[in-house]
Design a protein around this ligand. Structure first.
Ligand code: ZN
Ligand code: ZN
Length: 327
């Protein structure tokens, strides 16, 4: 399980950014991609609580300018009749030493609510980051922001990107890009792609209802097939991490497969030809999970690594060696 620094806090992860927030706060808006994007986390009353913006920058990054423009925009966006936002550019939200970023700059502002943030350039992921945490006037906004920004990660660690929202926490190798997502009450799903190879992770709620009048296999035949279009899938009953499960396998059916595979490998590219995945029923959580991929046979073990890294309470003692998920 992902360990957080505070009780009742959980991680939220998107495009290499990982923040720890109170459990009730979750992702409410996303846009862009890994190079340039935006993430907003709201609380249970739909109040925006955390905003993160990132932008790839290869040359000189003028952080002070970026933050100044950000604060100017903030003032422009304020509604009619709202007081002008008071800005403090010397508020010590987080320290350069703690964040290990040389050109870190902090800011705070006061309007109807309060904001505490920071901007920096990360030399590792080559992105300019601007983060702010919003608080109500009666809260310790500075403390809250220090805890959230101080513990956040702004890029993947160990070659794995963490994706975490609405009860699905998974990791994918950095080379895969997010290709699609569904964020619905009953289904959270991510799809990833790298040069034709695909990975997918999903979690469904209300497993007791889904499986009331059909077997896991009957259910899986309908729900898993769309992840691997054009492939005839086989389902084999098994156990996965202590749960009733099905191993899903299949091959891209093409009589020229071996020849094509040979040619593509000579060109140094993957040839996605095999599907492997696991669907499992987590009875404790009343959820069904799927993790799998269509991969080159040489990379097929990636599917299992991804499945082992999905956070789900193990039914028995954990026996996988995927290790600590987050750090
Ligand atoms: Zn970074
Ligand atoms: Zn479980």
């Amino acid at each position: 399980m992902a360990k957080t620094h505070r009780e009742d806090w959980e991680i939220r992860g998107w495009q290499g950014v990982v923040v720890e927030v109170p459990r009730e706060w979750d992702i409410a808006a996303i846009s862009g991609d890994r190079k340039q994007g935006y993430l907003r986390i709201d609380d249970q009353e739909n109040m925006p609580r955390v905003e993160v913006k990132w932008q790839e920058a290869t040359g000189f990054a003028d952080i002070e300018g970026v933050v100044d423009r950000y604060l100017t925009d903030l003032n422009k966006k304020r509604k009619k009749g709202e007081p002008e936002i008071e800005v403090d550019r010397r508020c010590p939200v987080v320290s350069k030493r703690r964040m290990r970023k040389r050109d870190l700059t902090c800011f705070a502002w006061k309007g109807e609510v309060e904001g505490y943030g920071a901007g920096w350039y990360c030399e590792e992921c080559r992105r300019v980051m601007v983060v702010q945490v919003m608080a109500k006037p009666d809260e310790d906004g500075l403390g809250l922001a220090g805890a959230i920004i101080g513990e956040m990660q702004d890029h993947p660690s160990g070659g794995w990107i963490t994706w975490s929202t609405y009860g699905l926490t998974m990791q994918t190798p950095e080379r895969f890009d997010l290709a699609g997502q569904k964020l619905m009450a009953g289904l959270i799903q991510f799809q990833f792609e790298d040069r034709g190879e695909t990975l997918a992770g999903a979690r469904w709620g209300m497993a007791n209802v889904a499986l009331r009048d059909r077997s896991l296999e009957a259910w899986a035949r309908r729900e898993v097939a769309p992840f691997h279009k054009g492939v005839k899938l086989s389902y084999e009953e098994t156990q996965f991490r202590g749960h009733p499960a099905l191993l899903v396998t299949g091959y891209f059916s093409n009589p020229l497969r071996h020849l094509q595979s040979f040619v593509v490998h000579v060109m140094g590219k993957p040839y996605p030809e095999a599907v492997r995945g696991w669907i499992w029923h987590c009875e404790d959580e009343n959820r069904i999970y799927y993790a799998g991929g269509m991969l080159d046979e040489d990379n097929i073990e990636v599917a299992e690594q991804v499945a082992l890294r999905i956070v789900c309470p193990e039914a028995d003692e954990p026996e996988d060696d995927a290790g600590e998920l987050i750090r």
